[in-house]
Design a binder for this molecule. Structure first.
Ligand code: IP8
Length: 266
């Protein structure tokens, strides 16, 4: 039986997240594709890839205030723009994976996922399941989606990761970010920040106190939201957060369970 692993390519790895306009990081995208092709060689795993939005959607979501609906014509245009830009980012990633001979299939969440007041309502995981059965790699992403109460809302890639990992009984979840894992304070601001190797129910509160968000364009609350999401939605699933910028990291995380921060609740 092949082990199912859900991998999130963070928006800060695949794009330049500080830019206001869509700016891909092709070097990192290609490096991740290469690493995934290497780790796929032994044919021991099935993968679901979920990627973040970075500069392809966070600035637009903020500019048009799309996290709680779209009532004006301007907002509806912003929503359409955001959907298109995310399709473009997904295409770059899918193409890079295919260039490394991986059967990656892009799935646009805005076309089959709905939310209600910003909470996931319907995601047909069977589409993902069928692709996995055929040894294909579904590639989903954080997106602006329709919302039955607000008109539209933001579906974070992390929500997709948790939902699919739970529904499809993943053996492991890996979050690839632009830092080596989770630190006791922000490593981009504090050179003394220490990497936390393990997070569990015992040290959770202390860890949460030390984390601060440092990107004004990010509408999804970054690391804190991620940790709480993991605690609530990924009970019993081993999770690893590590840098996607270093060659070989993906292999280390998938095969040996090493590197970065490991989280497990329950
Ligand atoms: O980058 C956010 O997804 P994330 C999606 O995974 C949008 O947090 C549309 C801002």
């Amino acid at each position: 039986m092949k082990k199912l692993i859900v991998i999130k390519f963070g928006g800060s790895v695949i794009t330049d997240k500080k830019k206001e306009t869509p700016t891909p990081n092709m070097k990192n995208i290609n490096s991740l594709a290469k690493q995934l092709s290497q780790v796929s060689l032994g044919n021991r795993y099935k993968f679901i890839i979920v990627h973040g939005a970075g500069s392809y959607a966070h600035p637009l979501a903020k500019k048009y205030q799309l996290s709680k609906g779209m009532s004006t014509e301007e907002q509806k245009f912003g929503f359409a723009l955001m959907n298109r830009q995310m399709l473009e980012l997904n295409l770059l990633i899918v193409k890079s994976l295919q260039d490394y001979n991986l059967s990656a299939v892009g799935l646009a969440p805005h076309s089959f996922v709905t939310q209600s007041e910003g909470k996931l309502k319907k995601l047909d995981h069977k589409i993902v399941k069928y692709l996995l059965k055929g040894n294909q790699i579904p590639v989903l992403y954080g997106d602006g989606v329709l919302d039955d109460k607000w008109g539209c809302s933001i579906l974070s890639g992390d929500t997709i990761v948790s939902h699919l990992a739970k529904k499809l009984k993943a053996k492991k979840v890996i979050f690839l970010s632009d830092v080596d894992g989770i630190y006791d304070s922000d490593p981009k601001k504090n050179p003394e920040a220490k990497l936390i190797k393990e997070i569990n129910s015992e040290n959770l509160e202390k860890v949460l106190e030390g984390i601060t968000s440092n990107n004004p364009h990010d509408v999804t609350g970054e690391m804190k939201g991620k940790i709480l999401d993991i605690k609530i939605n990924l009970q019993g699933v081993p999770v690893q957060v590590l840098s996607g910028l270093k060659m070989g990291n993906l292999d280390k995380a998938v095969v040996q369970g090493l590197g970065g921060t490991r989280l497990q609740f329950g």
